[in-house]
Structures are given as structure tokens and as C-alpha cells.
Write a protein that binds this ligand. Structure first.
Ligand SMILES: C[n+]1cn([C@@H]2O[C@H](COP(=O)(O)OP(=O)(O)O)[C@@H](O)[C@H]2O)c2nc(N)[nH]c(=O)c21
Ligand SMILES: [Mg+2]
Length: 313
């Protein structure tokens, strides 16, 4: 994936030619407006690492949508539900809630305000079920350890590079933060530049007591939900933003940032790829179909790093 001499020269001369980034011309990579991608890539390379930040979804964005051996990857809530000490009643009721609310979450015809109301109910009821019994973090860790190898190929290289360049990474998940952090730690990518904003378990006198606030559900995952969060102070001056997600709603994760920011949105598409492609292309700048790697964001960061190296000579 290294850059050729000519590519390096182009970067020195302040131009990335998208033509040179072979990955972007693979059949499974779709861009509605390659000119815009090119312009943003160049701005990001010229702006350098100090203006960059990454905002990424977790489930099926940092983790793979499909493993090559065919084994499934559990979501962060899936990891919780696989903990054997959970009471059977919790699993039953949690499944009932899933059966009721998941169709509402993905219904394309329901008005958004109704969907939001239902998602608040779903997360609230799940929180109410998680009260009054023990669940050790070590049990979540034991389940999560089975999924530490489920990160996209080259995730380590991506997180290493982001850490080296001091680029803040926000992992923004409406799932369960305890699982997210456990997987990231056990995969050795939980560097100091990585923050996780998600739903975390709350404990009272050693027993579960629902979720900590504020609630992050599938439709309030944008940085306006973070207005009063300390994370906002850390990143508000970083106006070059790479957003990564696998669901259409993930594209809005950076909505709360100033309007002058430049955002490149990378969408990983897997399920129903043919039917969903048009929507994804209208929503994300780059759509990667069944690409179980981090190679595209990595190519951008490699260009940023090369340019920075030249600048510092
Ligand atoms: C409250 N709740 C929400 N979810 C799902 O968890 C997902 C987490 O949301 P997300 O962070 O947007 O993940 P994603 O973009 O990878 O899908 C939501 O989309 C819900 O479908 C849930 N899934 C399970 N199994 N149990 C739950 O209680 C529960
Ligand atoms: Mg996801």
C-alpha cells in the first residue's frame, strides 16, 4: 500500500491524483462525485494531521461485516447477551424488545419523530431490565475476547497511524460501551487518542443499575448530542473530519460540528448491497461494498503522513 516515488512527488507538489490511489478504482468502491473526494483529500493532506479528527461507528464499521471463515461477529449488545450469568428472564424480555423495536428502527416509511420516540423506549426498557443483579466486567471481557480478531483487516495499522499522528478518534456507538472498550482494549488499539462515547452500564452497591446517562440511541448519534461533553472541547478546532459507518444514520455522526468543517464520509455497505447502493452513494462520499479492510482510510492517512514528513524536513 506504500506510495510510489511519483505519488510522493505529487503530494509534495500539493496534489493527490485520485487516479494514483488504485483502491478507489476497484469495482467495489463507488463515488458519486470523485472530484469532490479529490478536493477533500487534497485539503486534508495540505491541512495536515493537526486539523484532522476521525468519528467512527463501532459495530460492523470497526468490526467486520463478514469474516472470511464464515463465523459471525457479535454486536456490542450481542456480546452482553452472550454472558451466561444473565438471568433467563432478561434474555427473554430483551429478545421480545428486539422483535418489537428493531422493525421500527429500520422501517423506511415511519416518520422520524415516531421512530425516535420508540428508540428512547427501547433503550429505556433495556436499561430497566438491567437492574438488581450482578454482572462482572470480566464476564463481558471473556465473551469480547472471542471477537478481538474481528476488526477489519489493517485496523491495527490504521489505529497505529492515527495514534502516531495524534489524530483524535471518536468511536461513537449506540451499542454497549462496556463491550466496545473491551474489544478495542483486547485488540490492542485502545490508544490514548481514542475516546468511546456510548452507553455504559451503571452499578449500585455492586449490582447493575441500568445505563449511565446520556442515552445514545440510533438516531441521536451526532455531535450535537455531545454539545456539553468534554470531547467537544478537545476536537472543536479540528475541522477536517473523516466519518466512517455502516448504517445510513452514521453519516450524520458529525452533524454538530461547525458548518465550515470539511467532512469526508466513508460508508461500508454489505447487506442488500444492490438495492441500497443508490442511497449509500447519496449519503456517503465513498461507498465500499463488501470491503472488510481499513485500506481506504489508511491510504488517505498515509498521504497525510508523507506530506507531513516532507513538510518537517
Ligand atoms: C437497545 N438496543 C439497541 N440495539 C441495537 O443495537 C444497535 C446499536 O446501534 P449502533 O451503534 O448504531 O450500531 P450499528 O450502527 O452498528 O447498528 C442499534 O442499531 C439497535 O438495533 C439492541 N440490540 C440488542 N440485542 N439488545 C438491545 O437491548 C438493543
Ligand atoms: Mg454499525
Amino acid at each position: 500500500m506504500g506510495l510510489s516515488k511519483e505519488q510522493e512527488r505529487n503530494i509534495v507538489e500539493n496534489v493527490i491524483r485520485l487516479e494514483d490511489i488504485a483502491l478507489l478504482w476497484n469495482d467495489n468502491c463507488k463515488m458519486k462525485n470523485p472530484e469532490r473526494v479529490k478536493q477533500i483529500f487534497n485539503e486534508f493532506v495540505m491541512g495536515g494531521p493537526d486539523r484532522l479528527q476521525v468519528v467512527s461507528d463501532f459495530d460492523y464499521t470497526i468490526t467486520k461485516q463478514r469474516k472470511s471463515d464464515g463465523s459471525p461477529v457479535l454486536s456490542s449488545f450481542g456480546i452482553l447477551n452472550a454472558c451466561e450469568s444473565l438471568p433467563t428472564k432478561f434474555i427473554e424480555e430483551s429478545n421480545n424488545l428486539h422483535n418489537k423495536y428493531r422493525p421500527i428502527e429500520i422501517d423506511p416509511h415511519l416518520p422520524m419523530d415516531e421512530k425516535v420516540q420508540c428508540m428512547i423506549e427501547w433503550w429505556t426498557k433495556t436499561g430497566e431490565l438491567l437492574v438488581g443483579f450482578k454482572l462482572e466486567q470480566s464476564e463481558i471481557d471473556a465473551v469480547a475476547s472471542k471477537y478481538k480478531d474481528s476488526l477489519r483487516d489493517n485496523s491495527h495499522k490504521l489505529f497505529d497511524t492515527l495514534n502516531r499522528l495524534n489524530i483524535p478518534v471518536l468511536v461513537f456507538s449506540a451499542g454497549l460501551g462496556n463491550s466496545v472498550i473491551s474489544v478495542l482494549k483486547q485488540a490492542n488499539v485502545m490508544y490514548p487518542n481514542v475516546s468511546v462515547i456510548s452507553n455504559f452500564l451503571q452499578y449500585k452497591n455492586g449490582l447493575l443499575d441500568g445505563f449511565q446517562k446520556p442515552m445514545i440511541h440510533s438516531f441521536n448519534k451526532n455531535e450535537t448530542a455531545l454539545d456539553r461533553h468534554k470531547y467537544y472541547d478537545l476536537v472543536h478546532n479540528r475541522d477536517h473530519i473523516i466519518v466512517m459507518g455502516d448504517s445510513l444514520g452514521d453519516a450524520d455522526m458529525a452533524n454538530g460540528v461547525p458548518a465550515s468543517s470539511h467532512i469526508i464520509k466513508i460508508g461500508f455497505l454489505y447487506d442488500h448491497a444492490e438495492e441500497s447502493l443508490e442511497k449509500y452513494m447519496n449519503t456517503f462520499d465513498i461507498v465500499l461494498i463488501d470491503d472488510q479492510t481499513m485500506n481506504v482510510p489508511l491510504a488517505l492517512l498515509e498521504a497525510v503522513e508523507k506530506k507531513e514528513a516532507v513538510r518537517n524536513i
